[in-house]
Design a protein around this ligand. Sequence first.
Ligand code: GDP
Ligand code: MN
Length: 376
Amino acid sequence: MKLLEYEGRELFEKYGIPVKKGRVAETPEEAGKIFEEINKPVVIKAQVPVGGRGKAGGIKLANTREETIQKARDILNLKIKGIPVKKVLVAEAADIDRELYISLTLDRSRNKVLIMAIKEGGVEVEEIAKQRPESIYTDYYDPLRGIAPYQIRNLATWMFEEKEFQKKLFNLIHNMEKLFKECQASLVEINPLAISGNELIAVDSKVILDDNAYYKYKDIIGEKDLSYEDKKELAAKEAGLSYVKLDGFIGCCVNGAGLAMATMDIIKKYGGEPANFLDIGGSSSPEKVKKAMEILLSDKNVKVVFFNIFGGITRCDDVAKGMVEAFKEIKCNLPVVVRLTGTNENEAKEILKELPNLIPVSSMAEGAQKAVELVK
Ligand code: GDP
Ligand code: MN
């Protein structure tokens, strides 16, 4: 789950990471009101879940209420990398003397958290990593042990000569670590971290949290703007399904995460591409199957649907009932390949006689081959 900048900076405030005063607005008038509250020059920033907003005209400074309203209106009319801007952050503008970069990232291959710092900010870290990797400070820590104080001191003395700033950075990293841990983050990035007079200020925020740990941090983050999240993935989550959209053409409906992965693999083996990962889970009710079909069919890429069900706790007849119900309500002009084996398989076959257009197969490999053929 990727937070928008304003959501990330709300977290920063909670964790004592310094930010300038500011608030989010959905209309130019509201932006004007925030200017009045702040009553100092402000920065107006498009709230979209992508970077490079500055270059796209999504970040503007304003000195008066009228100017704020005008510029907020311009930004709210923008599309950045194809994404319409629905909100702007209006915050007190920072006087920036110098920009820095700092981040904590989960490095799964090492089971550690990677600390990265650069003595420049507003930069694309990927670009710097390619061009001048030696200018990036890196260190790792074990998330269970936490960062050792000497690690933060080493970083702080690398970054600054001034004791005052070293101390400020020490506190900042400490707070970032706390946020990272308590909110189950995979990324907390401040780019740029601004030096402004004798202050360090987080001028931007990029925070990614683990979807699966939502229950742990939902009270901390409060209300999340979900309007940029994938609608199908949200609907799936609500219905108790695990769904991940992919780029292929074969819509898969499977029970169990392991079988779902195996199904994707076998489709690839026969030269096809899965359109999704979809696990309807154990003890599937007809409602779940119906919901799954709705989600699959709302993906315009899907050209063939492949049901691959191994009946255990999930009963094949339940899935079959769900399919009959689903096809009563949903118009499906696509070929549907079905492999159902296991618990109550014979009952399921009886039920599916109501749907003569289905293409039954007897094994997973046969089903995958059939589906790949049909796409072609
Ligand atoms: P991004 O381009 O989407 O990553 O947006 P950022 O929030 O990082 O802003 C991009 C650049 O705009 C920064 O590197 C700064 O140079 C500038 N900027 C953003 N906020 C302020 C501000 O409050 N004051 C000043 N002077 N510049 C800002
Ligand atoms: Mn940035």
